[in-house]
Design a protein. Structure first.
Length: 147
């Protein structure tokens, strides 16, 4: 987690040279990166991009900040448990998480979810999917949007 915090501070302080690259909000970057780490770090780049797009789609649909979406009660399990304090598994995961979070916030990834604002792990079919529109399956996640 230290790497995520350091990256967010460096971004907000201008310590990271992003010459020629879009600026992204440091708080949004940190919230999205933490969410990607906990929700999709084992899903590869495409899975991380899909989870990032769900957060961004939900933020746009609800006119809320990325952090408000991530920390909304009972939306992402890691925010409701001590899992949020777990240590990163390795530099490769952190590097990928940071790259995808930045690219998503900078508008640099395509929405392969079909506009999804919800998802779940394939192994856990929740009741809330009734009435939702299935949009795609990517990695170990199934994606949905409201009708």
């Amino acid at each position: 987690m230290k790497a995520l915090a350091v990256a967010a501070v460096m971004l907000s302080a201008g310590a990271v040279s992003n010459k020629g690259l879009p600026n992204v909000d440091a708080a949004s970057f940190k919230c999205l990166a933490l969410n990607l780490y906990h929700e999709a770090r084992g899903e590869g780049i495409e899975g991380m991009k899909a989870v990032a797009m769900v957060v961004l789609n939900r933020a746009a649909n609800q006119s809320k900040s990325v952090c408000a979406v991530v920390y909304k009660r009972k939306q992402f399990s890691w925010t409701n448990t001590k899992q949020g304090r777990s240590k990163p598994l390795g530099d490769d995961n952190i590097r990928a998480v940071l790259t995808v979070a930045y690219a998503a916030l900078a508008g640099g990834i395509d929405d392969t979810t079909g506009g999804a604002d919800h998802y779940h792990a394939c192994a856990v079919p929740p009741k809330w999917t009734k009435g939702m529109v299935f949009t795609n399956a990517i990695g170990n996640h199934r994606f949905y949007k409201q009708p």
